[in-house]
Design a protein around this ligand. Structure first.
Ligand SMILES: [Zn+2]
Length: 86
């Protein structure tokens, strides 16, 4: 039996409204929420071998208020699902 309320889930990854507003599931947004729940920063498009891709990097701290939003462990655990271009 579960008795979970979802009302807090939407904000669980977000320390502040600025981050919540900035993060989008749209891969072309500047801050992207990946399916894994990881928040990635979009460093722009890069062309390689004739294909244009978006370069995403992981962040640990909120760029707005400096709160640690995901630890190295979180990043490492979720990275298996993310294709990061180094
Ligand atoms: Zn914040």
């Amino acid at each position: 039996m579960t008795d979970e309320h979802d009302e807090h889930d939407d904000l669980s990854n977000f320390c502040c409204e600025e981050l919540e507003d900035a993060v989008s599931s749209d891969p072309s947004a500047s801050l992207v929420e990946h399916d894994s729940g990881l928040i990635l920063i979009n460093l722009g498009e890069r062309e390689e071998d004739g294909e244009t891709g978006v370069v995403l990097a992981t962040i640990r701290f909120c760029p707005f208020c400096g709160t640690e939003i995901q630890t190295d462990e979180d990043v490492a655990a979720a990275l298996g699902d993310v294709e990061i271009v180094e």
